[in-house]
Design a protein around this ligand. Sequence first.
Ligand code: TUI
Length: 307
Amino acid sequence: MKNRVTELLGCEHPVIQGGMAWVAEHRLAAAVSNAGGLGIIGAASAPPEVVRKEIHRCRELTARPFGVNVMLLNPNADEVAEIIVEEGVRVVTTGAGNPAKYIDMWKQAGVAVIPVVASTAMAVMMERAGADAVVAEGMESGGHIGVTTSFALIPQVCDAVDIPVIAAGGIADGRGMAAAFMLGAEGIQMGTRFVAAKEAVVHPAYKEKIIKARDIDSTVTGTSTGHPVRCLKNKMTREYQKLEESGADFMELEKLTLGSLKRAVVDGDVVDGTLMAGQIAGLIKSEESCSEIVRGIVRDAERLMKI
Ligand code: TUI
């Protein structure tokens, strides 16, 4: 499946791994790149020098291209943006905001720039600012989300821009990949499926929650604060939503979630931790290697598309 996306990324398959906070560290990114997709190191809120070290460690595990995701709510985003240039990273994806102020710097350094967008307006803005492609992410996704579903968003973004569109949100198998291509996408990004990958350094209790999840087991917290986040229902989400209903202010809500993603990913606290995951978690039935995941999805999608 060679197309504009594989050409841009310099990889075999147009499959990107999401830049998930705490989860997308160098071992997962290297495993996805070694499987022929594009692995991504999620800078999230990590200190800039930790991101630099992650890039070095990833290079020790793979000779193939990989990317770094810049989470734009991170107060250190400026420094992370510069480290990407200094370290000669091939691809950057961004999330949770507008990366326009960094695009010229990245382009001049030859970095492929792929903002994650949740609307056609943002996609058009990014194309005008010089982005090489966009990830159009539907609200089925885990983590910070927009309001439009993938099924509605992807074809509208494809019509709105000429640069390649990579689909995200609700994709975890070859059927999802083929469907995304039918909507006009030229690549896919998956997050939740890779949280449950063998190489993902994620506490087994978190992986088990994803593997056991049903279609209706995710919910959205933070709608009242303007930072909606999809995660699996648990005691934390119930308490958070109760506080939101009672009109709690931002600081009070923040207290509940401070460090809660780390608690889930590192400590396996599935009760009080934040279990970010997409609606497609219900489709994921076992822990597989990145190679099995990437090759299986591409094989099934090609069969469905009769390539
Ligand atoms: O960024 C994501 N997913 C994330 S970031 C994250 S860390 C976090 N944790 C708690 C609260 C908030 C963030 C967890 N998951 N996906 C990409 C994405 N970007 N989805 C939606 C957007 C987005 C939103 C607004 C992109 C641009 C945008 O523009 C707003 C503006 O500045 O005009």
